[in-house]
Design a protein around this ligand. Sequence first.
Ligand SMILES: Nc1ncnc2c1ncn2[C@@H]1O[C@H](COP(=O)(O)OP(=O)(O)O)[C@@H](O)[C@H]1O
Ligand SMILES: CC(C)(COP(=O)(O)O)[C@@H](O)C(=O)NCCC(=O)O
Length: 414
Amino acid sequence: MHLEAALELLRTAMPWFGMDIGGTLTKLVYFEPKDITPDEQDQEAEILRNIRRYLTKNSAYGKTGHRDTHLQMDNVEIRKRRGSLHFIRFQTTDMSNFLLLAKQKGMAELVTTVCATGGGAFKFENEFRQQVNMKLAKFDELDTLIKGILFAEVQNPTECYFYENARDIMKSEKRAFDFSKPYPFILVNVGSGVSILAVYGPDNYKRVSGTSLGGGTFLGLCCLLTGCNSFEEAIQLATKGDNRKVDKLVRDIYGGDYDRFGLTGDLVASSFGQMHIKDKRSSVSREDLANATLVTITNNIGSIARMCALNEKMDKVVFVGNFLRVNPISMKLLAYAMEFWSNGTLKALFLEHEGYFGALGCLLQFNGEIAAALNETAETSQQTQKSETTADTFSNTINSTTSPHSNNTNNSDS
Ligand SMILES: Nc1ncnc2c1ncn2[C@@H]1O[C@H](COP(=O)(O)OP(=O)(O)O)[C@@H](O)[C@H]1O
Ligand SMILES: CC(C)(COP(=O)(O)O)[C@@H](O)C(=O)NCCC(=O)O
């Protein structure tokens, strides 16, 4: 095969995945081509067809896998192909089951390199190689996070939103925000932990701060304090609880407002500040404890984010990460905190695809992987002067749609 043809094959070979292996959740973005020609269909490997069917016809996979169907993006163009993007997540603790499933579905025979980001791309590299014979092309999680956000913003006109009437949490409402001129902005990624970036341009950012008190802390503390067993349960409990029974408010200390410094009586003066009193402790519910945990973690993140915005002289603060999933309490609280503490100069912004940007950016970076590999190949072929042989070897090391090794037709949910 000629070098050019091999490279074209590499650029177009399916399937296209981006994977973000995080501290708690693994996020997988899958591109489903919708412009397959009859010729292509004839040539398409059986395994590839089955994988596509399996991923797109189901919304639950294995024990913890879910496809967020409400986030699906249709009619997207990537590398001159049109199709849909599917967003799938599972618990990172379930990685060995995922690898087993990938093997069962014949993925290992079709895909030899997966584009991955997040700490797990490093941690699980050997498992991928040993169990399914896949190499991980690793990308930095903060680079891919920004790439994913910028792509989603262009593709989806309603990606970005804010809360109107943020000062009145009971009345605040979600509204679309035009994020087409985004720079500069503070980006707060609330995953297991929290990373805070100052973003000046598409390839220009720095990590300005972070905190270990993040989504993982909320979930961990909530499980300890309430006996709950999942994030969804923790959020449900928090929705019915009242942090004021757990926290010490300014009014509990001052009897009212602390006027001189603008601290109103209903402000939290001390998170969990009432829990050293035995009577108070015995009268709080699991719901109150869950709510107080959520408010504590959220306020702390809001406070650090606000200081970063002040330091960087930026007025837009974008919050992402799966901590915000099904979590309007935190989003409204963050919107309130940005507005209240800045006297209306700071705006909290949110994005619909919350925790998927790293994986999405990783899928888009596949071009970068090819470019890197291209350079390697070009160098190798220059050295050996055997371009045809090199191209053939090369095409086997990335993805191949043309050489199925088995006829696995099982596409049922596992
Ligand atoms: N189904 C879920 N299971 C566990 N945690 C969840 C879930 N949905 C949302 N979360 C929250 O999202 C956080 C993980 O966010 P994510 O952005 O995926 O970070 P990471 O990359 O560190 O896994 C958890 O710590 C938890 O607070
Ligand atoms: C180490 C991490 C980048 C990993 O990302 P995550 O899986 O939490 O999304 C993040 O947890 C973090 O930035 N933690 C805070 C570290 C600190 O600045 O204290």
